[in-house]
Write a protein that binds this ligand. Sequence first.
Ligand code: ARG
Length: 466
Amino acid sequence: MTDTNKTTNQQWGGRFSEPVDAFVARFTASVEFDQRMAKQDIQGSIAHATMLAKVGVLTEEERDQIIQGLTEIEAEIVAGEFAWSVELEDVHMNIEARLTQKIGITGKKLHTGRSRNDQVATDIRLYMRDEIDFLLEEVTRLQQGILSLAEQNTDTVMPGFTHLQTAQPVTFGHHLMAWYEMAQRDYERLLDCRKRVNILPLGAAALAGTTYPIDRYMTADLLGFERPTYNSLDSVSDRDFAIEFTAAASVIMMHLSRWAEELVMWTSAQFNFIFLPDRFCTGSSIMPQKKNPDVPELVRGKTGRVYGHLMGLLTLMKSQCLAYNKDNQEDKEPLFDTVDTLKGSLRAFADMIPAIEARKEYMYEAAKRGFSTATDLADYLVRKGVAFRDAHEIVGKAVGFGVKEGRDLSEMTLEELQGFGAMIEADVFEVLTLEGSVAARDHVGGTAPAQVRAAIARAHEELSKR
Ligand code: ARG
């Protein structure tokens, strides 16, 4: 970065009687972070020049010179040879200045019929579209990872919890397919957000449109946008799409944090439900025995910054009058950090989940504790003609007895059980087994292994259409 004490901006310095203060130049500059959108800035400029030539504002020769120059600049940037300058404020003016340096006066014609206001809005949308497309693939990879683990655990019994107290037995595959459903909604939310990202603001110029005979449909087409925006004032000031994206990202992070929390609990000696390979964990510098689930913990922690960015962007846009305001430059850092955080977190989970091994015997043992089949006994009594509330009372007494005796319902004798309800017969032991309990919940959305297999098949079918 070059930075002298006094600077007169080449692109807009005309009406200024003194150079901008060096600190102010740095303070207002965005090139340190918005250079991330260089590729999209060039892509947008090439489409703009192509359109300008089509409508006769540029000659074909000028267009070709511009495209050639921009293509070379892109190569310089990719090679890390481009000299970014804070004096030139942002990515747009850096690239334009370099273009003029390379091809002379024709470079100065590129900005005809546009403003940085519609240019930056276009760049962000192009950038976000690229990132969303990548994120959609990552969510898909994550869903595939969940399915592969679920496939190995359609029949694995674990305790299901409410209030983190043992509730009823479920299959681990069923638990994982709950995660899959969350990820599926995340995918749909990103896809829905993409629809509103994929609209072209270029042509709005500073705020009111332009006097040149531009063809915005052509530019939209060239850049793969659905259509041009319909109001120039809204085009340069709208950041709803960034807020929507960050909201979708926040929900994804919230889901990841929930899974992270379960993984952290499940890897503990107290639960011991899963084995997390060493490559996803780290040790302690003082306690030699420690193997810490850092990856899920860190993802859980990173959720906070994404929520913060959502709140930041909402507040950035609050009360902003039309049209573009310099405030809007503040949209990029939260957006970029949201993208980076989400990419990292999704990648970590997509890599980690299929590598998890269920400790089936520990899950099974845990499910046997905590009277997880108590509801099954109540349902059994209902089938024998007892009203559900009375059945609830009978089983409650049996559980109370079991707590005192330190025995599960399945470990009581028939005579003991009959002491609570005379209608209980020997067939009761079928419903008191964990396998019997899960298999009995055999309807769409239920935990029975057959239903989990059906859910996995449905999911594969859905993923195969992507
Ligand atoms: N760097 C600016 C931004 O990120 C580009 C647009 C500046 N427009 C202006 N009129 N100052 O928003």
